[in-house]
Design a protein around this ligand. Sequence first.
Ligand code: THU
Length: 141
Amino acid sequence: MTAPARPLAPGEADALVAAATAARERAVAPYSGFLVGAALLADDGRVFGGGNVESATYGLTVCAERTAVFRALAEGARGFRAVAVVTGADEPTPPCGACRQVLWDQCRDVAVVLATTAGRRETTTLAALYPRPFEFEGPKP
Ligand code: THU
């Protein structure tokens, strides 16, 4: 049974949005021009940011959320409390379906903060955004 997301304190949410905003500034999105930043708060307190990275083939593009997840995992983090996503859109932008699955794989139900560069903010949970995730534990050794 997955533990429900715990809400972030306002200061924690502000710090995570700031990290996602900084990551967005390092996004590589020359084809769409749509810069996205994400930041993950690990259980050990570390914060990992990532921006979207686009490919000339388009289809190999990696979203900001997955960049942040893979960066965090590569740095040895395991277990996460929250994710923030920042875009320059008018409305806060939720993660795409592929990223919802990858976030669920690694974070289970966590707090999700969606923010815009103009200062709009929405707080939700991954379970609310992705209510019936696929889970697979693999064969037992
Ligand atoms: N993008 C993200 O980084 N995260 C999402 O959840 C949705 C889309 C990126 C992919 C692509 O580089 C650009 O936004 C336009 O789709």
